[in-house]
Write a protein that binds this ligand. Structure first.
Ligand code: NDP
Length: 283
């Protein structure tokens, strides 16, 4: 079997064209969607992510503000700026690029963002709303993964879904969304015994563990849909996912590539969340 490639770039282009139209409609009524991105420090990967987010906003016709701080900035200064952004009517979404330097309490900072502007969906209030099944914001990466299923017409009802990774930003919200779509969900992590025995049962396998080409063909049930969230840099500088793409695409029925799969969809769903926040605010 050769798997269908789930093309994140193509799906992102399609969704972003729709967002641009919706943003224009909203702007004509006096509201331009606005996103503020705060970056502390000089981590090269974070700088690239922030640049991509700001560029994506510009292309979709959104207002955006990039606010940068040196790595040794006092947390109180960043908190004060978040308070200003919470009250700024031009800003509908606020995002703090993670990870933060060690002297920051990340939880305290994320809690300082007004829940109705928390476009990453990391505020405890929004996590709770997602858990209760009426989300205000869905965290961008799992939101993007759900769009792949919808676009490809993959019915999740009754399916065995196995997730590798239990982080707050990917694994846990992914599990919640798949469960709400009536899949039967298993979450695996670093302490899971006999991981392959779980992965081989999966109709839907989501790899989000951050280990290059960890998922091999013998771990995948023939015909499974494989979503590769991982982004890993190889010694030669190239990017690869958590899945051995070449071998697994001979076994799976559908698979996301890295790059060009989940990555572009994550930024796309950040635009979606910002737009939805602006639309809500504009009534
Ligand atoms: P974290 O490091 O926060 O979590 C990794 C998870 O994987 C943990 O739950 C960990 O288990 C689990 N894990 C680690 N090793 C194993 C193993 N050998 N077997 C089973 N489980 C294991 O990572 P994130 O969730 O933040 O990110 C995961 C990957 O996704 C990374 O490569 C990241 O770069 C990428 N990513 C990609 C995005 C995109 O847009 N494409 C967005 C966000 C992340 P335990 O809890 O026991 O430690």
């Amino acid at each position: 079997m050769t798997a269908t490639i789930l093309d994140g770039n193509a799906l992102a282009r399609k969704l972003r064209a729709d967002f641009k139209t919706r943003a224009e409609t909203l702007a004509a009524r006096g509201t331009r969607p606005g996103l503020a991105v705060l970056l502390v420090g000089e981590d090269p990967a974070s700088q690239v992510y922030v640049r991509n987010k700001v560029n994506a906003c510009a292309q979709a016709g959104f207002h955006s503000e990039k606010i940068t701080y040196p790595p040794d900035v006092e947390p109180a200064i960043v908190l004060a700026r978040i308070a200003e952004l919470n009250a700024d009517p031009r800003i509908h979404g606020i995002l703090v690029q993670l990870p933060l330097p060690g002297h920051f309490d990340s939880d305290a900072l994320l809690k300082a963002i007004a829940p109705e502007k928390d476009v990453d969906g990391f505020h405890a209030e929004n996590v709770g709303a997602l858990m209760q099944g009426h989300p205000r914001f869905i965290p961008c990466t799992p939101y993007g993964v759900m769009k792949f299923f919808a676009e490809a017409g993959i019915d999740l009802k009754g399916k065995e879904a196995v997730i590798l990774g239990r982080s707050n930003i990917v694994g846990k919200p992914m599990a919640m969304l798949l469960m709400q779509a009536s899949a039967t969900v298993t979450i695996c992590h670093s302490q899971t015994r006999d991981l392959a025995c779980h992965t081989r049962r999966a109709d839907i396998l989501v790899a989000a563990l951050g280990k290059a080409r960890f998922v091999t063909a013998d771990m995948v049930r023939p015909g499974a849909v494989v979503i590769d969230v991982g982004i890993n840099r190889l010694p030669d500088g190239k990017l690869c996912g958590d899945v051995d793409f070449a071998a697994v695409s001979e076994v799976a029925s559908a698979i996301t590539p890295v790059p060009g799969g989940v990555g572009p969809m994550t930024i796309t769903m950040l635009l979606a969340n910002t737009l939805e926040a602006a639309e809500r605010e504009a009534g």
